[in-house]
Design a protein around this ligand. Sequence first.
Ligand code: 4NP
Length: 153
Amino acid sequence: MKPPSFLFVCLGNICRSPLAEAAMREAAARAGIEVEVDSAGTGDWHVGFPPDPRSQAVAARHGIDISEYRARHVRGQDFRHYDQILALDPQNLRDLRAIAPSDGTAELTLLMDHVPGRAGYGVRDPYYGDESDFDAVWGDVVLAAEALVKRLG
Ligand code: 4NP
C-alpha cells in the first residue's frame, strides 16, 4: 500500500517549505510511521537551489541536515500524486487553487489549519527577517507536523 503522502508548498521552496518537509520527516520517523514527503514552491526563481543558509542552520540546530534538498516548482501532477498539499500561507493556498488541475485529487489546505488555535494563520515569510524569524518558522512547522502525524497514528 502507498504510504500517506504530503507536499508542503511555499513561495520559493528555499525557506519555509523545506523546514516543513524536514519537520514532517522527523515527526513521522519518531512515530515510526512511513510517509512520503516533499516540498515545492509556487514560484520558480530558486529552482535547483539548496535551502536558504538560514533554513539549513535552524534545521542543523535541531540535528537535521537539509543541505541536499533542492528547490522545485509545484507541478500539475503533484495534485494527482499527493494525498495532501499543505500551503504555508494563505497566498500560497490561493496560488495553488488557481493552478490546480480539474482532475486533481489532493486535499488542499492551509498548514496551520491543522494546529488547534492557529486556523487561518500563515507561517510568516522569514526571507527578509533574521535568525529569530527562522526559529519561529521552525516552531510553527513542528507544531503542524506533529498534528499531522498524530492524525495518522
Ligand atoms: P519561502 O521564502 O517562500 O519560504 O521559500 C521566500 C524565498 C524567496 C523569496 C521570497 C520568499 N523571494 O522573494 O525571492
